[in-house]
Structure formats: structure tokens, C-alpha cells
Ligand binder design. Structure first.
Ligand SMILES: C[S@@+](CC[C@H](N)C(=O)[O-])C[C@H]1O[C@@H](n2cnc3c(N)ncnc32)[C@H](O)[C@@H]1O
Length: 295
């Protein structure tokens, strides 16, 4: 489902950079789950996490009660009046049972403008068309652990040498786009400190800005620049690109190189092209004059 900051446009590039071997996959800022749902369900142990309690509850209900959730959604109306009522209920202190709360939240995502949860989208949309998606998601999530923790606690809890964390935090300067969780400027630093001291591997996606480049220009870290089509800007400027950073503490070319060795001509050319087009902004080797201690 669409979600603010969702990685639909970047998911292939992200998965192409996953490490070759890991036995725990942890998606720290799960949101709409675009990467988790696109990734093959291998035999690894998988965790979906988001600090937004409504998202974690929605995914738990999709996994454990898909039929009851569809029943709750069956007669929801695509109407402004209904939308405003549900939004008010979700903001009130009323105690709403989990499945009903999941249905309300799903309704807000599906019927709001640009999935911002706030204002009615006034777009044609059949709720019933979502039922097969809910059942597919239920199957995919069967063995996925769903958590609702702040990133720092989660990272500490699941960190092992064989863990791989994919992190897609609120972007710098867009912290207040996510209404049920408060992310602050300080949290970007807290995240960098947590990630730069783990035993496992991490891959992090961010908007390209000087503050984040500076924060991660540290020994052992690789910063790569990439671009993607900007979903929102497509509405008024077709083809508009958005600059992103992919930051890691391991060599992200290993998977592409291993495909290259296994493949014949077509894929070989494609992977060669991907490797050639890589735009490395920072590695401690290339910038060792900046990171090595002064004599
Ligand atoms: C950019 S979105 C993730 C989008 C997701 N990768 C996707 O493709 O849909 C960032 C997410 O971080 C979550 N978040 C904000 N603060 C958090 C925190 N302290 N710990 C964990 N998750 C948090 C937000 O609720 C939001 O869903």
C-alpha cells in the first residue's frame, strides 16, 4: 500500500545491494513494507518494525485475522463524511478493538489524499479490490515477526554478526510528515551512532543533503548517490528525479558481482552497466586523508 516515503521506486536498487549472506533480516522503519514485500521470502528470520502503533497493529491483523479485517472493511464507504468520522475516532481517546482499529487505519490510508491520512482524497477506489492483496500479504507475513519499537531498542535487540538491517528513516527535514511518531533532528544522530557500532550489516536510504553526508562520513562506511523518480512531483512535473543516498557498512557490489559470474551475456551487460554507473560519494579508503588520525 502507498505510504509517505514508500520505497516503491527504489526497491529493486535496494535489494540488488543486499549482502550475499545473512540469517536475520530486520526492516527497522517498515512503513508500507515495500522492500519486505518485494524481497523473496528466503529461509532467513525476518522482522518488520515500525514505531507507529497503528501500522504494527494493521500488519498483525493482516497476518492473523485477514477474514475478520475484510469483514470490517466490506461496507466502509468512500465518502468524506465517513472519512472525517473515522479520522476523529482515531484521534480520540476511545478504546477501539484491534481489528476495528486496523480497518479504520486502512480506510484512512486508502481514502486519504496521497495517503497522508489527513484529508479526504475524493478518488474512485474499490475497497473490495484490496481483499486479494490483504490475503496475499497475510501469506507473506506468516513467519514475519512484527515489532513496534523505537529503532535504537530494536537494533540492540536483534544485532548479531549475521544480522542485516535495512533502514529507511524519516528523511532529513521531513521528520514531521509522520503523524503518530515524533522523529527529531537528534534522532538522526542517535540512529547514526546506533548503526555505526553494530556487529551486523546495515543498508540505509536517505535524502541526499549535506547534513546526512557529513553525519555518515566515518571510517568503514560507504556512501553512494542514486536518483529515483519523485512520486509526488510526477503529478506536476513528469520525469522529475529525486537525489537519494544509499549508505552501508559493507561492500554492496557483492550480490551484483556474484550474478555476473553466474550469468551469460544479457545479465552480464546489465550488471556491468550498474557497476559502471555507481556514484560513490564516500569511502574511508578513498578519503583516508580525512579520517586517519593526524601523525
Ligand atoms: C520513510 S518511512 C518508511 C517507508 C518504508 N520503507 C516503505 O517503503 O513504505 C519511515 C517510517 O519510520 C517510522 N518511524 C518514525 N520514527 C521511528 C522510530 N523512532 N523508530 C522506528 N520507526 C520509526 C515512521 O512511522 C515511518 O513509517
Amino acid at each position: 500500500m502507498s505510504w509517505i516515503g514508500g520505497k516503491k521506486a527504489l526497491r529493486d536498487e535496494i535489494i540488488a545491494r543486499f549482502p550475499l549472506d545473512y540469517s536475520r533480516y530486520i526492516e527497522v522503519f517498515g512503513g508500507g513494507g515495500w522492500v519486505l514485500f518485494h524481497k523473496a521470502p528466503e529461509r532467513d528470520f525476518e522482522v518488520y518494525n515500525d514505531f507507529n502503533p497503528n501500522l504494527a497493529n494493521l500488519y498483525r491483523c493482516v497476518r492473523d485475522h485477514p477474514d475478520e479485517l475484510c469483514d470490517e472493511l466490506r461496507y466502509m464507504l468512500n465518502s468524506r463524511l465517513d472519512f472525517d468520522y473515522v479520522r476523529e475516532m482515531m484521534h480520540s481517546k476511545t478504546d477501539i478493538p484491534d481489528i476495528k482499529r486496523a480497518a479504520y487505519f486502512y480506510q484512512l490510508i486508502r481514502y486519504s489524499y496521497a495517503s497522508g491520512l489527513d484529508s479526504f482524497g475524493a478518488q474512485p477506489h474499490s475497497m473490495w479490490n484490496n481483499f486479494p492483496l490483504i490475503h496475499n500479504a497475510c501469506e507473506r507475513l506468516q513467519k514475519v515477526v512484527i515489532e513496534n519499537k523505537d529503532f535504537e531498542k530494536l537494533i540492540k535487540q536483534y544485532d548479531r554478526p549475521q544480522s542485516f538491517f535495512y533502514c529507511d528513516p524519516p528523511y532529513y527535514n521531513t521528520e514531521d510528515y509522520y503523524e503518530d511518531v515524533g522523529f527529531t533532528r537528534k534522532d538522526h544522530e542517535r540512529l547514526a551512532n546506533a548503526l555505526c557500532s553494530i556487529q551486523g550489516k546495515f543498508l540505509l536510504s536517505y535524502n541526499d543533503c549535506p547534513e546526512i553526508r557529513e553525519l555518515y562520513s566515518r571510517p568503514g562506511i560507504i556512501i553512494e548517490g542514486t536518483t529515483r523518480l519523485s512520486n509526488i512531483a510526477q503529478r506536476y512535473e513528469a520525469g522529475k528525479q529525486y537525489a537519494e543516498l544509499l549508505i552501508s557498512n559493507y561492500d554492496t557490489t557483492a550480490k551484483i558481482k556474484s550474478h555476473r559470474q553466474l550469468s551469460l551475456f544479457d545479465l552480464y551487460d546489465e550488471s556491468q552497466q550498474i557497476l559502471k554507473e555507481r556514484k560513490i560519494i564516500w569511502t574511508s579508503e578513498a578519503n583516508s586523508h580525512l579520517t586517519s588520525p593526524k601523525p
